[in-house]
Design a protein around this ligand. Structure first.
Ligand code: GLC
Length: 550
């Protein structure tokens, strides 16, 4: 029977996945061509980043037509074929719905600009100050003020992201009806799930200036957000138990997530939250260089595990996506312990309570590309922030150091299929450079190697299906204060799972607080794991131990 708690989602960034027509950009046929690979990995869903008509200012998160496929990615026929072929392999397609904003090239915005009052009310317009200042001091997430002035109208429109991404006015029932219709449109064409982009930002509260922050407290988890999501769900996917939905929650609170992803709140199946990844930030500031805070990482991960479980709500669990740097570069080791650290990090996520997400290339241990000049970057956020850092007086080299660690382009380089010149990604010129280490790190060298990172992910995915305790068990931290080990226990109907991870290169001795008598090892990243009252953990060693009561 279908159960999203036993499922694993694989995220495809279509632009960088596999190019079948030689234009240097991945396409829908490219995803179809690689379905056997994904079936071999064992995933249940493919979440695809947006491939709708878009000027691509923000790589498709600036949608100009919700119902049409950008010809760069293919045709509706290609999409339907992808759904059919995926279905044959037991894989379902999940689409990305970007409903907080549209591209300013969207027909609705164009009509608004042309003076059509009906469509003007699809967006958020305000008057500014008499001295030409914007309506308030909110900051765009991509840098700069969040309002753009339109001289012909004498008014400003809100854009929480790029100025070409205008925020939709969800207070207008017509907007909500249109968006429901978009959901139905894709349900009718074969989509079996949705990811909703920054969906906790759709209900704005008051429009005051924020003198303590950047404005997010006024529009994050806003006053009518639960009502809107409930309404959307009930009118569309909510009536079909086979449908899976995930909301991307920006700077959210756990209390709100109990409702967004509660078992019977009628909103979404699960949520992405990001607090556990802000552990190499200073506060909310990501454009800085600081070592990651392991204590904080554990604390956040664990409190979300226990909090969501207590409230019968469901997490999406993940390290990577198209907005995050590569995890092996971030929390693991790109050098000598590349493979063990990549496997350990995979184990941490896949044994948690929640639905795991694998981002393309994570399963083969892809790393950050190490770009050294601005012309290698494509991401609007990275380029904007490079200039902001330079304007603040930071030396060019330091600005590059920060981009190399935090840029979203770190995860957007082409999928490394093989060790040939273009990594087996394209016959043409890739839209963004390929990471040079594809000669060593690539899928071809791993798919049939039983010791590879790929094989480790395969096993993790299979374990979730095989052992109910992984899908349904509770969550209990072990030795939560330990400064280098991340360990936890899961229990379910007489089954016990103990997951132990040395998060660092330094070997560690550890006495497990759980008596390990009778436990067997289901998975490790070393060939000869040993279990005892005192464990000698090697660099990045990871153990998944299991016992079933007689
Ligand atoms: C989400 C997307 C990101 C995009 C932003 C604006 O955070 O994941 O890629 O830039 O929303 O749509």
């Amino acid at each position: 029977m279908f159960d999203f708690r036993k499922s694993v989602v694989y995220q495809v960034y279509p632009k960088s996945f596999y190019d079948t027509d030689g234009d240097g950009m991945g396409d829908l046929r490219g995803v179809t061509a690689k379905l056997d690979y994904l079936q071999k990995l064992g995933v249940d869903y493919i979440w695809m980043n947006p491939f709708f008509v878009s000027p691509q200012r923000d790589n498709g998160y600036d949608i100009a037509d919700y119902r049409a496929i950008d010809p760069r990615f293919g045709t509706m026929e290609d999409f339907e074929q992808l759904c059919r072929e995926a279905d044959k392999r037991g894989i379902r397609i999940m689409l990305d719905m970007v409903f907080n904003h549209t591209s300013t090239k969207h027909e609705w915005f164009q009509k608004a600009l042309a003076g059509d009052k009906e469509y003007e009310d699809f967006y958020i317009w305000r008057e500014g100050g008499a001295d030409g200042t914007p309506p308030n001091n909110w900051e765009s997430k991509f840098g700069g003020n969040a309002w753009e002035y339109v001289p012909e109208k004498g008014k400003w429109y809100l854009h929480l992201f790029d100025r070409t991404q205008a925020d939709l006015n969800w207070e207008n029932p017509r907007v909500r009806e249109e968006l429901r219709d978009v959901v139905r449109f894709w349900m009718d064409r074969g989509a079996k799930g949705f990811r909703f982009d920054v969906v906790n930002l759709i209900s704005k509260g008051s429009y005051e200036s924020d003198y303590e922050g950047d404005g997010r407290r006024f529009y994050t988890d806003g006053p009518r957000v639960h009502e809107y999501l409930h309404e959307l769900s009930q009118a569309t996917f909510g009536t079909d138990a086979e449908f899976v939905t995930v909301g991307e929650m920006s700077s959210t609170t756990m209390e709100n997530c109990y409702r967004y992803a509660g078992a019977d709140t009628g909103e979404l199946s699960m949520v992405f939250s990001f607090h556990h990844l802000k552990v190499d930030f200073v506060g909310n500031e990501k454009w800085v260089l600081v070592p990651f805070d392991f204590a904080k990482l554990k604390n956040i991960l664990f409190s979300w595990q226990t909090g969501m479980a207590e409230h019968d709500a469901w997490n999406a669990v993940f390290w990577c996506n198209h907005d995050q740097p590569r995890v092996v570069s971030r929390f693991g080791d790109e050098g000598e312990y590349w493979a063990p650290s990549a496997k350990m990090l995979g184990t941490v996520i896949h044994c948690l309570r929640g639905t795991p997400y694998v981002y393309q290339g994570e399963e083969i241990g892809m790393t950050n590309p190490g770009f050294t000049s601005l012309d290698q970057y494509r991401d609007v956020e990275s380029i904007n922030h490079f200039h902001i850092l330079r304007d603040r007086g930071l030396h060019e080299d330091s600005a590059y150091d920060i981009l190399r660690v935090h840029s979203r382009d770190n995860s957007r380089t082409p999928m490394q299929w093989d060790g040939t010149e273009k990594a087996g990604f394209t016959q043409g010129t890739p839209w963004i450079e390929i990471t040079p280490n594809h000669t060593k790190i690539n899928a071809a060298s791993q798919v049939d190697d039983p010791d590879s990172i790929f094989a480790h992910y395969q096993k993790l995915i299979a374990l979730r299906k095989q052992y109910d305790v992984i899908a349904y068990g509770d969550f209990q931290p072990l030795d939560a204060e330990n400064p280098t080990i991340l360990a936890y226990m899961r229990q379910w109907k007489g089954e016990q799972l103990v997951v132990i991870n040395n998060f660092y290169r330094k070997p560690a001795e550890w006495a497990c607080p759980v008596d390990l008598t009778g436990f067997t090892c289901l998975l490790s990243n070393y060939a000869d794991p040993s279990i005892g009252s005192k464990l000698h953990l090697r660099p990045y060693e990871s153990l998944v131990l299991y016992r079933k009561a007689e």
